[in-house]
Design a protein around this ligand. Structure first.
Ligand code: AMP
Ligand code: MG
Length: 418
């Protein structure tokens, strides 16, 4: 048996060959969930100007200091200030007067507090105030939230809705980010049919391109499925050549084991830029990784992942090798999911010298987050898509372990969670 390459070594070689994608400026909403590729510094203050936090009256606090239910203070109202209506509003407030002011409207010069409507008779030409407003009350001060020059988003931050809101508030229509990799997903196999088509006696539906395309999307990439590719090397090469110019990463399934019709291997082994071999893992032993070059763009090297055809192997291989590479291209961290440990409910066995990834279902403790137990689902067969869909975690059994008893703690990777 030829030497098997270790999982860690394979992942390390993939990551060593993978760099963050060149940054592009995208409109804010297209940047959701992407990593910022710039340090964003505020060029304006937030709030931009001192403004009212309430609907009420802007006054000099000294004028209303004595106001009380039994000693109301009455002031002339010299005008009104609405948000966005500063033009027509009051710009300077002389002592002994009040100006009606709406939430968000700029404070007139001289005024240092706002008396909310609730403490007044809401008068239009004169207002009677029954409660003292302390200096600076109900005023939002310029720059108290964000000062000009503040670093508001650090490069590498995954941009969520709150970041987009802040960037927009600062006047940014777009932001520099690492773009979503365009991933070509190719299912190979003459036995495959698209869902919805008729099946022959010996054909099966192509589950993998959905499994993998969904995984690509979840990882942050843009997946495009190629129509099914039969086990003819030229058909495979043609399908690739046609799409390669608009592709950042290629992921194929099937056609890389030791059979007679291993189309991916047959088509690409002679090209010499793709490594094919066996990994010390189960499932997922046969793998290929390398780069494709496109004649139209010399120097452009497109990462190429040849994943095994068995659905569970394909999915696992994506999880373990492709997802971290896509996240590196996206500039997102952590690149690999954070493992946790949990108590194994039932004993499992594992082949020597292989890292086994079993499917499992986790139980979460009363705090809603801590994984307490993991139960193995189904067997180790790499064709068991029903069990795969029923699982929400992978149980990792290290290379040097061949049996784990019920009740022991094991490493668990929760799928669908960073
Ligand atoms: P292969 O690696 O091409 O020899 O495929 C291994 C096994 O996975 C075979 O039983 C295939 O029929 C099955 N398989 C390959 N590709 C797919 C696919 N896209 N969807 C479902 N099963 C597949
Ligand atoms: Mg095949």
């Amino acid at each position: 048996m030829p030497d098997l390459r270790s999982v860690d070594e394979h992942l390390a070689s993939i990551l060593a060959a993978t760099t963050p994608s060149p940054a592009v400026e995208l409109p804010l909403l297209d940047a959701l969930d992407l990593a910022a590729a710039e340090d964003v510094v505020a060029t304006i203050r937030l709030p931009r100007f001192d403004n009212s936090a309430m609907d009420g009256y802007a006054v000099h606090s000294a004028d209303v200091a004595a106001a009380a239910d039994r000693a109301p203070v009455t002031l002339p109202v010299i005008g009104e200030i609405g948000a966005g209506q500063a033009e027509s509003g009051v710009h300077d407030l002389p002592p002994g007067s009040a100006a009606k002011i709406m939430t968000g409207a700029p404070m007139p010069a001289g005024a240092d507090t706002v008396v909310p409507y609730e403490w007044t008779d809401r008068g239009a030409t004169e207002v009677t105030i029954t409660r003292a407003a302390a200096p600076r009350q109900h005023v939002r001060f310029a720059g108290e939230d964000v000062a000009t020059g503040d670093l508001v988003v650090e490069a590498g931050t995954a941009l969520g809705p709150r970041h987009l809101g802040l960037l927009a508030s600062l006047g940014r229509p777009s932001v520099l980010v690492r773009p979503r990799p365009r991933v070509l997903v190719v299912s190979t196999g003459s036995e495959l049919r698209d869902p919805g088509e008729e099946l022959d006696a010996d054909s099966i539906y192509d589950g993998n391109s959905y499994l993998l395309s969904g995984s690509v999307r979840r990882a942050g990439g843009v997946a495009s499925r190629v129509g099914l590719v039969p086990d003819r090397p030229q058909a495979f090469l043609d399908a690739l050549a046609e799409r390669l110019p608009e592709t950042d990463v290629v992921v194929t399934s099937g056609g890389i084991s030791m059979g007679d019709y291993d189309v991916v291997k047959e088509a690409l082994l002679s090209v010499g830029t793709v490594w094919f071999g066996g990994l010390a893992m189960q499932p997922g032993k046969p793998q290929g990784f390398g780069h494709l070059v496109t004649p139209d763009a010399p120097g452009r090297r497109v990462p190429f992942f040849a994943l095994p055809g068995n659905p569970v192997s394909s999915y696992l291989s994506f999880e373990v090798f492709v997802r971290p590479a896509l996240r590196r291209m996206l500039g997102l961290t952590p690149e690999t999911r954070r493992p946790v440990t949990a108590r194994l409910t039932h004993a499992v066995t594992s082949p020597p010298g292989r890292r086994q990834f079993l499917r499992g279902v986790v139980t979460v403790g009363p705090d809603g987050t801590t994984v307490t137990e993991v139960e193995p689902v189904g067997g180790s067969g790499s064709h068991l898509v029903g069990d795969l869909a029923a699982s929400d975690a992978l149980i990792v059994v290290p290379e040097d372990v061949t049996a784990v008893a019920a009740g022991e703690r094991v490493t668990v990777i929760r799928l669908d969670q960073d």
